[in-house]
Structures are given as structure tokens and as C-alpha cells.
Design a binder for this molecule. Structure first.
Ligand code: AP5
Length: 214
């Protein structure tokens, strides 16, 4: 099963993608996580990506497309994957469609996690990310057992640099301009499904399972 997660920054794509990956035993491929790992590792890609991410801008398509096409060609992705944060522009979507066409393949579902902008700023201000494993929590909606300590690995939790309110606002603007057109793109491809992302996390997940099947 090949799935794309769509939705505004902070809509809950990552939260749901992890749950989908666990349930259907497919890899969760997050371009944001890949860039953050590169930033942490001090790689050339990480240095380039950081200059865009810190401003709330998208990393240029040419730095993203090959990386994803290569990743979905790896062995663990043979039976499917859930893409989180990619594609994010029409050229990225076209590049993905073309790469899959070449091997006679296609995406099965594009799931839009729909959350209005008014909910997003609060969600982002309360999000905490683990510096060690990248686990994501929320101080109100998904708190850790011990404050500021990751439940999964014991790592320290931080507010992501790009989750400060002024950067979130910029990310939302970029989302509406560059990513929202993908809703039309995948509607035309007849694989778009929308879920109400304002509901509780488990209810959102159930709505997704209803779409994907048990
Ligand atoms: P990326 O990491 O992909 O960020 P994003 O798309 O902005 O999405 P987020 O990770 O911020 O949010 P999410 O929707 O996953 O929400 P989450 O589940 O964490 O990208 C970061 C940057 O990298 C981009 O800005 C760009 O610069 C660059 N980049 C990445 N991919 C790129 C690409 N393809 N092309 C170009 N540039 C790229 O949830 C948010 C919070 O809400 C959490 O605290 C969570 O616990 C909570 N929450 C989740 N669901 C619920 C719920 N139902 N109710 C209440 N709270 C909830």
C-alpha cells in the first residue's frame, strides 16, 4: 500500500503516518525527519536545508526529489510506504508520478488531514520533539509521562526552531501557495481522501483505517 499524507504544517500528518506505518507494517518516510537528521549530522544537505527550513520556506525541489525516489526504491519499501511531507509542490508530485510510472507503479491513496489555520498555531506552540529519536508529543494533547523527557528513549524534548509562531505563520502561507494545489492534483488522479484532523488523534486514525481497510 502506497500512501501520501497531505495537510498543513501541524495538521497531524506525522502523528498519523507513524500509526499507519505500525499498523500496516510499512516504512514511514518523512522528508522533514530526513532533513532534521542531516542537520543534526552536519551534512552538506543538512546545511543547505536548514537555511530554508529556519525561514519557514520549502527546500528546493532538486534537493528533495532524488532523495525520495531513491528512498522508495529501497528493499523495505517494496510492499509500500507512507510518505509524510512529500510531495509538497506540483513539480514534486509530477516527478513522483513519473518515477512510479517508469516502473508501472502508482500511489494508492493521498490522505488529506484537514485542519483550519486557526487551530494550527496552538498545536505548534505546544508540540515538543525529542532531540534523540525525533518522537513528537504535545504538552496538552499528547503529553509525556515525565515532563520534557521522551517516553520512547528518555531523550530531551525541545520546541522545534521552525515552530515559533512567526515561522509557523510563514509555513502556513507557503502551504496555501505551494502545497494546497496538490489537493486538486490528487482529486483529478481520483485517489484523494479527506479526514477531519480536528478530532481526537484516535478518531482521526480510525477514519483513516476506514479508508485504507483493516
Ligand atoms: P515537516 O517536518 O514535514 O513539517 P510540516 O509539514 O510543516 O509538518 P509538521 O511536522 O510540522 O506537522 P505534522 O502535520 O506532521 O503534525 P504532527 O503530527 O507533528 O517539514 C519541515 C520543513 O522541512 C518544511 O517547512 C520544509 O522547509 C522542509 N521540507 C520537508 N519536506 C519538504 C519537501 N517535500 N519539499 C520541500 N521542503 C520540505 O502534529 C503537530 C502537533 O499536534 C503535535 O504536537 C501532535 O502531538 C499534535 N497533534 C497531532 N494530531 C492531533 C490531534 N488530532 N489533536 C490534537 N493534537 C494533535
Amino acid at each position: 500500500m502506497k500512501i501520501i499524507m497531505l495537510g498543513a504544517p501541524g495538521a497531524g500528518k506525522g502523528t498519523q503516518a507513524k500509526m499507519i506505518a505500525d499498523k500496516y507494517n510499512i516504512p514511514h518516510i518523512s522528508t522533514g525527519d530526513i532533513f532534521r537528521a542531516n542537520i543534526k549530522g552536519g551534512t552538506e544537505l543538512g546545511k543547505k536545508a536548514k537555511t530554508y527550513m529556519d525561514q519557514g520556506l520549502l527546500v528546493p525541489d532538486e534537493l528533495v526529489v532524488d532523495l525520495v525516489v531513491d528512498r522508495i526504491g529501497q528493499d523495505d519499501a517494496k510492499n509500500g510506504y507512507v510518505l509524510d511531507g512529500f510531495p509538497r509542490t506540483i513539480p514534486q508530485a509530477e516527478a513522483l508520478t513519473a518515477a512510479l510510472n517508469k516502473i508501472g507503479d502508482k500511489v494508492d491513496f493521498a490522505i488529506d488531514v484537514d485542519v483550519p489555520d486557526s487551530n494550527i498555531i496552538d498545536r505548534m506552540a505546544g508540540r515538543r520533539a525529542c532531540v534523540s529519536c525525533g518522537g513528537t508529543y504535545h504538552i496538552k494533547f499528547n503529553p509525556t509521562k515525565v515532563e520534557n523527557v521522551c517516553d520512547a528513549c528518555g531523550g530531551e524534548l525541545i520546541l522545534r526552531d521552525d515552530d515559533k509562531p512567526e515561522t509557523v505563520q510563514k509555513r502556513l502561507t507557503v502551504y496555501h501557495e505551494q502545497t494546497q494545489p496538490l489537493i486538486d492534483y490528487y482529486t483529478k488522479e481520483q485517489i484523494l481522501k479527506s479526514v477531519d484532523g480536528t478530532k481526537d488523534m484516535s478518531e482521526v486514525f480510525q477514519a483513516i483505517v476506514d479508508i485504507l481497510g483493516e
